[in-house]
Design a protein around this ligand. Structure first.
Ligand SMILES: [Zn+2]
Length: 340
């Protein structure tokens, strides 16, 4: 055996979120060897957050009994628009003060390892595509439903990063012209109808209007510590109100899925009509409420998709959950390290 074949490469994937930083160590076959987690504390400023990312990476490396010298590359997903080539975070609305932050440059200085920066939803889509679907389908759309809604698109085996590597536009498709106001200033965006934020707002507004729900017995009238998992518990105990809110959100996810399938079909036709496509649903809301939402999403998507557009399309829930981001980070690092 050649000596090089026994040498194992290791990669780090990082998910930099508004509340927490997650880092994972992966080997060449994308097996997760260790993870570390740290709160983001973005109020402490940009520099402090970057130092915390570096610390989190080091913790994960240590947890895997490795040293930074054995790490080939670090791939990191940031919640905002990213300039991939320079590794700069152009804007991240959930991180205080993050405007034109040269994340790659700073992290490489702290870690001494090549760093690659992508938008968090793009990177999660990459993780699902490469690690969960083993890069088998030609085309894939990932929809991630959490605090907000974002997506990533793989066309013909390649991540389509979109203009400016934002790709968060999926969350701002308008699904309801006179719908609720969105953080972006528009009305009736996908995100304003089906994100965790939107679902929680609808539930809290209902309670204010005197709506009866088991959630107030579980958590008190102000529902301060409400989590997605509480919604699942309430539905399983027969809470009609929560069930209805979740069904409505699932319908909107289904409509958005149908829109994306129509668009993907249009694009895919130009490449190869026979290849199957997959729509993967991930994110915290899907992880907690998959059993409650998937059938409604699939039925609604069938209702709204163009005739024939659903042929050969699979709609599935991701099994990676919270790990999609760190897995995608490792995929990115592996891909870029190969190029170097
Ligand atoms: Zn919007």
């Amino acid at each position: 055996m050649a000596e090089s074949s026994s040498k194992q490469d290791f990669f780090v994937g990082v998910d930099l979120g508004g509340t927490k930083i997650l880092a994972g160590i992966f080997d060449n076959s994308l097996k997760n060897l260790a993870t570390a987690k740290l709160s983001t504390k973005s109020q402490r400023g940009v520099e402090a957050v970057i130092e915390r990312v570096a610390r989190c990476v080091q913790d994960a490396v240590d947890e895997a009994d490795l040293s930074l010298k054995q790490i080939v590359g670090v791939g990191i997903g940031a919640p905002g628009s990213v300039d991939f080539d320079s590794g700069t975070v152009i804007f991240a609305p959930n991180l205080e003060g993050w405007k034109d932050v040269p994340l790659k440059k700073h992290l490489e200085k702290l870690l001494g390892v090549p760093v690659f920066v992508e938008n968090d939803c793009n990177i999660a889509a990459l993780g699902v595509y490469a690690a969960e679907l083993k890069s088998k389908p030609r085309h894939m759309v990932g929809i991630f439903v959490g605090t907000g809604i974002g997506g990533g698109i793989v066309i013909d085996g390649h991540l389509y990063s979109g203009f400016g590597h934002t790709a968060g536009e999926i969350g701002h498709m308008v699904l309801e012209v006179n719908g609720p106001k969105c953080g972006c200033g528009n009305k009736g965006c996908f995100e304003a109808l089906a994100s965790r934020t939107a679902i929680f707002q609808r539930i809290k507004a209902g309670v204010k209007d005197g709506q009866k729900t088991l959630l107030t017995d579980m958590l008190g009238d102000d529902l301060d510590d409400l989590r997605s998992g509480d919604l699942r518990k309430a539905i399983r105990r027969g809470d009609k109100f929560v069930d209805k809110v979740i069904e409505e959100a699932a319908e909107y996810i289904g409509i958005a899925t149908a829109n994306l399938i129509n668009i993907l079909r249009l694009t895919a036709n130009l490449i190869n009509i026979l290849n199957p496509e997959v729509v993967v649903l991930g994110g915290g809301v899907m992880e907690a409420l998959q059993d409650e939402m998937m059938s409604v999403i699939i039925e609604t998507a069938k209702d709204y998709a163009m005739a024939g557009a659903m042929k050969g399309v699979e709609i599935v829930a991701s099994k990676l959950g919270d790990d999609a981001g760190i897995t995608g980070g490792a995929v990115l690092a592996r891909r870029e390290a190969k190029k170097a």
